[in-house]
Design a protein around this ligand. Sequence first.
Ligand SMILES: Cc1cc2nc3c(=O)[nH]c(=O)nc-3n(C[C@H](O)[C@H](O)[C@H](O)COP(=O)(O)O)c2cc1C
Length: 159
Amino acid sequence: MKRLVVYYSLSGNTEEAARKIAEKLNADLLKLETKKRMPKSFAAQILVGGGQVMMNRIPELIPYETNIDDYDDIVLGSPIWNSKGVPAVNAFLKDENAAKKVTALFFLSAGGDTKKGLDAITKKLPNLKTTVSLIDKKQEGSRNNDAKIEEFTASVGKG
Ligand SMILES: Cc1cc2nc3c(=O)[nH]c(=O)nc-3n(C[C@H](O)[C@H](O)[C@H](O)COP(=O)(O)O)c2cc1C
């Protein structure tokens, strides 16, 4: 079973989780990046990123060399923006072949409320089995992330 962890991360939280998850699952990593860069300040990120989510904008990704056909299974990671998954992940999921391979999903958020995001993304992931909600490291709740990652990867590893 060849596995790929695909993720987007603006401020490093999803990236940190993606690396831990990939290591535990012996998976490769693919970081999604948009052609148009996000602004540096958090206030501007909220305006631009929040606006993109609200308008359902699908940004252009920087082309990646990873061949999705080489993989049997995808674990997908996204920060929560405006209660939903990020536009870059929606851009990746335009590839229906890739969307079908996603069996597990991890979200990073400040508040941990991922219901709206999960509802929106689940529609695009017909084979999704396992999910976990992790918390930004600036928040108290993040101290449970490692235990949650352990449980998540154990469940994903069993197939
Ligand atoms: C544009 C934007 C919108 C956000 N909206 C939410 C939100 O609706 N709910 C929430 O809990 N956190 C929200 N956050 C916080 C991020 O989900 C959180 O900081 C996450 O850990 C970021 O992951 P990253 O470090 O991989 O980019 C938002 C952050 C940004 C930049």
